[in-house]
Each structure stands twice: as structure tokens, then as C-alpha cells.
Design a protein around this ligand. Structure first.
Ligand code: DHE
Length: 580
């Protein structure tokens, strides 16, 4: 795998020859050093050569300096690559290859970055998350060829592996008084930490340093170990029995990642962990006790539909099957679901299920047998039977860019058990029947769609004991909507256009500064409360708002100077048992 870069270099050089020639002609000495340090190929060019006009700049001006390029590359990695891809081939967001961006022009790009779009592009400029200078920089950056980051094979992965506390040196019983099942692991996005918050007392029991912007938390089958993965692909393994809980091992599985999971099948509890990378496109299987990296596999290959080669098929969601010793690995750009059999990782068997391109996030139905995953750029959801290892169906959701999180399982008054997704690109909420035995006419069909707060929704949530369905809209450009949550009475879904109650969560938090977004509801263990993050800019106060599920009234606001940019929250019991 390490050889690939060498093989690809000539092709890349050909693609960026104009840019590199300009870099050399302009004597950008800094560019060469930036390249050697980071392994990225910096690109610079004059506006004239690119055919791009930028107000206030002359045609002979370089589009950016080497320092600006380095800064823009960092911002792109942190803010943009997730949706548009490192190589900018597009996925959740459209392709930003230079043929597209030159057509759009500097002004067009500048407007999109400033104001966002109802289809889910955040309003980076007007929200204050990027300064006017940064918006200008990014609009210029997307005009030049994207640099290709280096590979990250086993030698680098092994080098990044640190076992801080060996299994033999760990406690043999729980040393703290935490009710672990009702603990919440909360991402503190911009500080590179997670906060462990007691679900009974709302007290922050520990703040643990992790990789940058932890994307998700997952729990080992035993409930003892918490695994988190940063955007920078660093996995931390945290022992929840220690007092206070702490990281016992860490490893980097690439340079950009979003997903981690642990083996759950009986006989393999806590035995393996797996993490999937966005860059390089690969997954890594690790020892479940130590995080020792055991196997790395590339996901590069052919797309499931046209069967053409894709250089960057990123690993999106991963779940552990309850029916077989398998990980369900969803590969975004090729649209394949890989069932990775971990019963013998030396002679690794992988069942490849062609599903739909741009697989992203998803969750199980209430039985844990069927996995429903959004192919968001195709407006579809693919359903996989994890017992038979087969594709059941791909359904159009009726909305634009489904984005369910793990989705919500509810029992519909008319259609029985359904799984719910919201949409990034519009206000549609779609319900898919999931009960082939009891409701065969409805199974694997969209049985109902209705409207939520607006576009920019990311997560839906319910709980087996709840009578409500919650839908957020954190990426909606209207601050009133991005600061609120829509709640539907499940009983009311018998009507065609059910109405909803709006909970003004951001207002309830009492935060008056900034434009906080309300994101990702998560239930406590007994299903009596739902927690929402009030996610503000790094230099502004954020909070977690706890709502009483029965009364829909404010129950508690968790505020603490350490609670900086909270986003995802993962209740140990619900996450471990796939309750959502
Ligand atoms: Fe996420 C889940 C990828 C932006 C918060 N996000 C996921 C998953 C993937 C993913 C693949 C499923 C993981 C799994 O289940 O194994 N997310 C991406 C992106 O590529 C994207 C669109 C752009 C990016 O640059 O990362 C993106 N995500 C965001 C955010 O901006 C959010 C709101 C804040 C943040 O921390 O960056 C965000 N994503 C989350 C959360 C989950 C998630 C909280 C888990 C939800 C759950 O309930 O399971």
C-alpha cells in the first residue's frame, strides 16, 4: 500500500503540472518545505492561468502563497473534506474538482461558503465559524488542484500505537462509583476531548484528551471499555473501571476517520476493535484489549454500479453484527457493504454486498437483524440483512439527502414497526416499514413522509419507552430553527400531516452569545430523559439541555467551562445495546 503513492505521483504531476510550474516559477521556497513536512503537494497558480477572477487581485497575482495554501489545506481537512472528499470527488457535498470550481467562479464559491445552502452546506461565513479572510482564502483554495495526502500503512500505524496500561496492570473490578450504564460520553469537538457525564447526577466525572473532534463513541460488549475516534484517525481506548476512567491505549489508523466499533458476537466479546478511515481509504482491525493493530485492508476498488475504479472510497459507518462474528463496514464512494468475518482474521473472509453509492450513516431495525444505511447523495436508504448477508432492498426516501444518525425505531399506529430518517437537504421525515413478518405489505417501503422543522436536519431519536419522535435541524441557516427541535407524538402519526411541538432548546440553555446549533438527541438508560447538545463556537459558552420525555419540559441545563463545543453524546447502555 505504501507503494501506491510512488505509483500515483506521475499521474498527479501530470494533473497539476500547471500548478507546480507556477509554484516553481514564483520561487515558492516555502512550498517545498511545506511539502516535505506534511507530505502534501502544495499548489499555487496565477489567476490568469486558472482563468479565475478574484476582485481586488491582478491576473498575474498568484492565487495564494505557500503559507496560505498550508492554512487553507488545514481548514479544508477540518471543515470540508468530510463532505467533499480529500480529493474533492464529492459525496455528501458536490464534487469540487477544478473543472467544477472554475465554472462556479470565485464569487460563486465565496457565496456558497459565506451563506451555505438549504441543501446542507453550512453557512461558514455568516455563522462566524470562518472569518471573512478565511472565506476568501477557501474560495481561492478550491480553485487549485487538491493535494494528495500520504499513505498510512502498517509501519506507521504500529509506530503510533501506545499501550499505556497493560491488561495485567488494570483493575480486576470497578474502582469507581459511577453507574457506568447511564454514563454519557460527550464529544468536546474543538478541544480534542470527551467528557464523561454521569447520567444520574449530571456531573462531569472526567474529561479525557483524545484525537481532534471525536466523531463517535462505541462501547465494548462487556460495557467496560469505551472506544472513541478523532477526525485525525486517533483511536482512544478508555477503561471505565478505573478511578477516574482513563485512556489505556491509543493508535492512529490513518490521517482522517469517522468510525470505530468492537466485536459483539457471543464468544468474541471485547476481542477485536475495528476502525475505518476516510484517508487513506482503509480499515484496521485491532486487538480489543490493547488496540494493537493486527490487520489493515484497503477499500480502493470499483464502484458497485458502473464498476469503475475509485481512488478514495472512504469508510463511513461501521456496526457489529448480532447474528454472526462480523463487522458491517459501509464504504461510501463504491457503495459496497463489506461483511468482515472476524472469526479468522488471518484468512480474512469478506462478503461484499453491492448496495448504493455514497453510503454514510445508519442503524439497525429494532430486531437488530436489518441494517439500514443512508446513501445520502443518492436520496436512498439501503437495507442489508445481517443474518443472511444479503441486500434486501434500496429504497428512495422521498427526501433530499437522508441523514438518520443511527435512525429511530418506533411502532407506528397504522404501519407497525418502522425506522425513521430525517434529511439534510429538506424538511422531509421518512418512515420505512421494518416488519416483514407482521406487516409484509409495508416492509422495506416508505410508508409515510411528513415535514419537520426544515432542511439541515441531522439526527432523529426515540426510545422503546418513549411516545415521542425527536428531529433536530442544526445545519438550517435560520438560527431559530437550528436552535430548536421538533417533537412528534407517535400516536399522531396516524394522520397524514402530523403536527409537531417545537422545543426552543437553545433558548432554554440561557446562552445569549453566538448562534448555537442544537444537535443529536440521546436518551438516558431508562428512556425518561433526552439530552441535546447546544453547540456554540469554541470561544463561546455551550451547554447540554436535558428534556423530560413525558412532559417535554426542561429538566436540567448542564453548563461548565469545560463543556466546549459539545456535539455527539453516547449513553453507554443504549450505544452498547443498539437502543435507538
Ligand atoms: Fe458525522 C455519525 C461522517 C459531519 C456529528 N458521521 C457519523 C458517521 C459518519 C459521519 C460516517 C457514522 C459513524 C458510525 O456510525 O460508525 N459527519 C460525517 C461526515 O463525513 C460529515 C458529513 C462531514 C465531516 O466533515 O465530518 C460529518 N458529523 C458531522 C458534523 O458536522 C457533526 C454534526 C459534528 C462533528 O462532530 O463534526 C457530526 N456524526 C456526528 C455524530 C454522529 C455522526 C454525533 C453519531 C450519531 C449517532 O447518534 O450515532
Amino acid at each position: 500500500m505504501e507503494d501506491r503513492k510512488a505509483r500515483q505521483t506521475p499521474r498527479l504531476l501530470a494533473g497539476t503540472s500547471m500548478a507546480l510550474a507556477a509554484t516553481m516559477a514564483l520561487g515558492l521556497a516555502g512550498a517545498a518545505s511545506a511539502q516535505s513536512k506534511s507530505g502534501y503537494d502544495p499548489a499555487a497558480n496565477t489567476l490568469e492561468k486558472l482563468g479565475v477572477e478574484v476582485p481586488g487581485m491582478k491576473p498575474t497575482d498568484p492565487i495564494m502563497t505557500a503559507d496560505e495554501f498550508a492554512r487553507a489545506k488545514e481548514i479544508f481537512f477540518e471543515r470540508c473534506a468530510g463532505c467533499h472528499g480529500v480529493l474533492r470527488h464529492g459525496a455528501t457535498g458536490p464534487a469540487l474538482t477544478t473543472d467544477v470550481t472554475h465554472e462556479l467562479g470565485f464569487e460563486g464559491a465565496h457565496d456558497f461558503i459565506t451563506y451555505g445552502s438549504p441543501a446542507g452546506m453550512p453557512n461558514w461565513g455568516t455563522s462566524g465559524e470562518l472569518t471573512p479572510d478565511e472565506v476568501n482564502l477557501m474560495a481561492r483554495y478550491v480553485m487549485v488542484e487538491p493535494p494528495q495526502p500520504p499513505e498510512f500503512g502498517m509501519p506507521k500505524i504500529r509506530k503510533s500505537w501506545h499501550l499505556f496500561v497493560k491488561p495485567a496492570d488494570r483493575p480486576t473490578k470497578k474502582m469507581n462509583d459511577i453507574d457506568i450504564d447511564n454514563l454519557f460520553s460527550v464529544t468536546l469537538r474543538d478541544t480534542g476531548q470527551v467528557a464523561l457525564i454521569d447520567g444520574n447526577t449530571y456531573e462531569i466525572r472526567a474529561v479525557i484528551d483524545t484525537g481532534y473532534a471525536v466523531h463517535i463513541s462505541r462501547i465494548s460488549a462487556s460495557g467496560r471499555y469505551l472506544f472513541v475516534i478523532g477526525r485525525d484517525a486517533k483511536v482512544n481506548m478508555i477503561d471505565l473501571w478505573m478511578d477516574p476512567p482513563q485512556t489505556v491505549a491509543e493508535v492512529k489508523i490513518g490521517s482522517e476517520a469517522r468510525s470505530v466499533e468492537t466485536s459483539k458476537f457471543p464468544g468474541f466479546e471485547d476481542k477485536y476493535a475495528i476502525a475505518g478511515a476516510y484517508w487513506p481509504p482503509q480499515y484496521v482491525i485491532m486487538d480489543g484489549d490493547t488496540l494493537e493493530p493486527l490487520k489493515v485492508e484497503s477499500t480502493r476498488g470499483m464502484t458497485e454500479d458502473e464498476q469503475v475504479y475509485h481512488p478514495e472510497p472512504r469508510v463511513a459507518s461501521i456496526v457489529a453484527s448480532h447474528f454472526k462474528p462480523e463487522f458491517v463496514v459501509n464504504v461510501k464512494e463504491t457503495g459496497k457493504v463489506l461483511m468482515i468475518d472476524y472469526s479468522d482474521i488471518t484468512n480474512l473472509k469478506v462478503t461484499e454486498i453491492p448496495a448504493e453509492r455514497f453510503l454514510h450513516d445508519g442503524g439497525f431495525d429494532r430486531t437488530g437483524r436489518y441494517f439500514l444505511v443512508a446513501a445520502n447523495a443518492r436520496d436512498k436508504v439501503a437495507i442489508v440483512d445481517t443474518k443472511e448477508d444479503k441486500l434486501v432492498k434500496v429504497v428512495e426516501t422521498g427526501g433530499v439527502k437522508p441523514h438518520p444518525g443511527r435512525g429511530a425505531n418506533i411502532v407506528h399506529p397504522t404501519y407497525g414497526p418502522v425506522w425513521v430518517t430525517s434529511h439534510l437537504g429538506d424538511e422531509t421525515i421518512s418512515l420505512i416499514g421494518t416488519d416483514p413478518e407482521g406487516h409484509p405489505d409495508q416492509a422495506w417501503k416508505v410508508v409515510q413522509t411528513f415535514d419537520g422543522l426544515g432542511g439541515g436536519a441531522l439526527f432523529v431519536k426515540s426510545h422503546p419507552k418513549s411516545e415521542h419522535l425527536y428531529v433536530d435541524a442544526p445545519l438550517n441557516p435560520d438560527p431559530e430553527l437550528s436552535g430548536s427541535v421538533a417533537v412528534f407524538n407517535i400516536a399522531d402519526l396516524a394522520q397524514d400531516e402530523p403536527s409537531f411541538t417545537t422545543l426552543p432548546i437553545a433558548e432554554w440553555s440561557g446562552i445569549e452569545e453566538g448562534q448555537p446549533r442544537v444537535v443529536q438527541g440521546e436518551f438516558n438508560k431508562d428512556g425518561s430523559e433526552i439530552w441535546f447538545s447546544v453547540w456554540n463556537a469554541k470561544d463561546k459558552p455551550s451547554a447540554i439541555v436535558v428534556v423530560d420525555d413525558k412532559t417535554l419540559k426542561l429538566k436540567h441545563v448542564i453548563k461548565d467551562p469545560r463543556l466546549v463545543t459539545p456535539t455527539g453524546k453516547f449513553n453507554v447502555y443504549n450505544t452498547r445495546s443498539d437502543v435507538y
